[in-house]
Design a protein around this ligand. Structure first.
Ligand code: PEP
Length: 258
């Protein structure tokens, strides 16, 4: 089953987050038996968005989490707080947190372990910058981020893990990796997961692509068997675009089964 997530980043306000969640339920609830769909609203709106999503099967996600369980960590949000709000899945290692906030591989790994330990699912994001791509380091950077993020993650926990390949040069820039470029990195990531774990895990793990995906790009990307869904930023703020992207994931999955 494919997996499409909508990362709202630091957008919406109280009223518009509810409106967007309502529209996403109206557009996407019919697909949740054929595609996992998650939305990642800003922390302050998690509760109200969770209520709006209700029991229609769209998953509530968090954009980040603290690696520590509780205590004197001003401004942070713990896994238990997310569990209280019925969050099911957490983004970790998004490029904006790596490159704007300055999160390290070690911190990202600690967050992955905290999320898994709490029984939540994690979407671990990896991706190279333009400079890294142009200097021929795409494979090395992605494999490094993958291995560092998954350090000490047991094979049993891997069913809670999704990897999102998000080239930094494509995020929020309007530049999308073409299906061939994305599929090439997905093959590298899947092979590394096979080396780290085993063939079953590397075949069953879902690899999302993210980076300026719009409805018009979705069918081409999702037609590639290497790509199991998408992590969508800007286009997830438009319920019609988001619905079309989810529908494209469902179509591609049904064609793969034929
Ligand atoms: C993202 O935030 O993960 C993302 C891919 O953003 P955008 O689709 O806007 O590039």
């Amino acid at each position: 089953m494919p997996f499409v997530g909508g990362n709202w980043k630091m957008n919406t306000d109280l009223a518009s987050s509810v409106e967007l969640a309502d529209d996403i339920v109206a557009g996407c609830a019919a697909f949740v038996d054929r595609c996992d769909v998650a939305v990642f609203p800003p922390f302050p709106y998690l509760q109200v968005v969770g209520r709006t999503l209700g029991h229609h099967g769209i998953l509530l996600g968090a954009q980040d989490v603290c690696h520590m369980p509780a205590g004197a960590y001003t401004g942070e949000v713990s896994v238990d707080m997310l569990l209280d709000l019925n969050v099911k899945v957490v983004l970790v290692g998004h490029s904006e947190r790596r490159h704007v906030i300055g999160e390290t591989d070690d911190l990202i790994n600690a967050k992955v372990l905290a999320v898994l330990d709490a029984g939540l699912d994690v979407v671990l994001c990896v991706g190279e910058t333009l400079e890294q791509r142009e200097s021929g380091r795409t494979k090395e950077v992605n494999v490094h981020q993958l291995m560092a993020g998954l350090r000490a993650v047991t094979p049993d926990s891997m069913e809670q893990v999704t990897i999102a390949y998000e080239p930094v040069w494509a995020i929020g820039t309007g530049r999308t990796a073409g299906p061939d470029q994305a599929a090439e990195v997905h093959r590298v990531l899947r092979a590394s997961i096979g080396d780290l774990y085993d063939d079953d895990i590397s075949e069953s793990i879902r690899l999302q692509y993210g980076g300026s995906v719009k409805a018009k790009d979705a069918a081409g990307l999702f037609a590639r068997p290497e790509i199991d869904g998408g992590l969508i930023g800007g286009a997830s703020l438009d319920p019609e675009q988001f619905k079309a992207i989810v529908a494209a994931a469902v179509d591609a999955a049904s064609q793969e089964q034929e």
